[in-house]
Design a protein around this ligand. Structure first.
Ligand code: ADP
Ligand code: MG
Length: 246
């Protein structure tokens, strides 16, 4: 398992008696973009919750860089370099753009005694600024988050995830609610981020997915029904039937 960045083996997750995920096995390589698609309720967000340590799997194993992470608390995932954004916005609306990212940096480095150490405080500020630069939000540094355009708020969430300097970044519907222009900006941002890290994203916009992804996983009723290149997925008859409605 150790040659893969991330491996999942026979992952299942139940809620009560309901099987939200069942028997998922997949390996993820470094510096690839993988899209996870499937109808609403297919288990995509649950899969991301399991991969990022938000929810433990009910069955199966997760390994990151060959290390077994099954049952490990979420903060360990973040420290090891697995970070994520959420389908629903979770930024602090009344904090500034920079404060939002700095709070995340602070939480991550809480072992620093920042209140008595100016150098540490400056260090956190710099980490926050670097993350804002990476998503192109540096010019809005001091804006109050709730006044950002929707697309910029989603970029801010990604900046929050980037303070952990993740090698694996999970993006749950990063273009949800965006029009064509904002979507284009987000695609460009994801492409820039993908040059240096592994990205998994849940998305519905097929054209975007086909252009952006090296690989596509298709979930349906909690099961992995297809896993392949965009070309393979596009011509897969079962995928066309359940997802593309053809
Ligand atoms: P997707 O992101 O593909 O739309 P989800 O992973 O959010 O789907 O949900 C998959 C299924 O699991 C849905 O039927 C949903 O209602 C159920 N589910 C997700 N999270 C929970 C939870 N915390 N408790 C109970 N049911 C859940
Ligand atoms: Mg979802």
């Amino acid at each position: 398992m150790s040659e893969h960045l991330l491996s999942v083996e026979n992952i299942g997750r139940t809620f009560g008696g309901f099987k939200a995920l069942e028997g998922i096995t997949a390996n993820f390589e470094q510096n690839k973009v993988t899209a996870v698609i499937g109808p609403n309720g297919a288990g995509k967000s649950t899969f991301f919750n399991v991969l990022s340590g938000v929810l433990p799997p009910s069955t199966g194993r997760i390994a990151y860089k060959g290390k077994d992470l099954t049952g490990t608390p979420q903060h360990r995932f973040v420290h090891l370099g697995i970070a994520r954004s959420y389908q629903i916005t979770n930024i602090f609306p009344l904090l500034t753009v920079h404060e939002n990212v700095r709070v995340a940096a602070q939480a991550l480095h809480s072992r620093y005694n920042i209140w008595t150490n100016r150098e540490r405080l400056r260090d956190l500020d710099e980490k926050a600024d670097a993350a804002l630069n990476a998503v192109g939000l540096h010019g809005r540094r001091d804006a109050v988050a709730k006044f950002l355009a929707h697309g910029q708020q989603r970029a801010l969430e990604i900046a929050v995830a980037l303070v952990a300097d993740p090698q694996l970044l999970l993006l749950d519907e990063p273009t949800a609610g965006m029009g064509p222009e904002e979507t284009k900006d987000m695609v460009a941002l994801i492409e820039r981020l993908a040059a240096e890290r592994t990205i998994l994203l849940v998305e519905h916009k097929m054209k975007m997915i086909l252009g952006l992804s090296d690989r596509i996983l298709v979930l349906h009723h909690g099961k992995l029904i297809a896993d392949g290149s965009p070309q393979q997925i596009q011509s897969d008859p079962e995928v066309r039937r359940v997802y593309l409605g053809q």
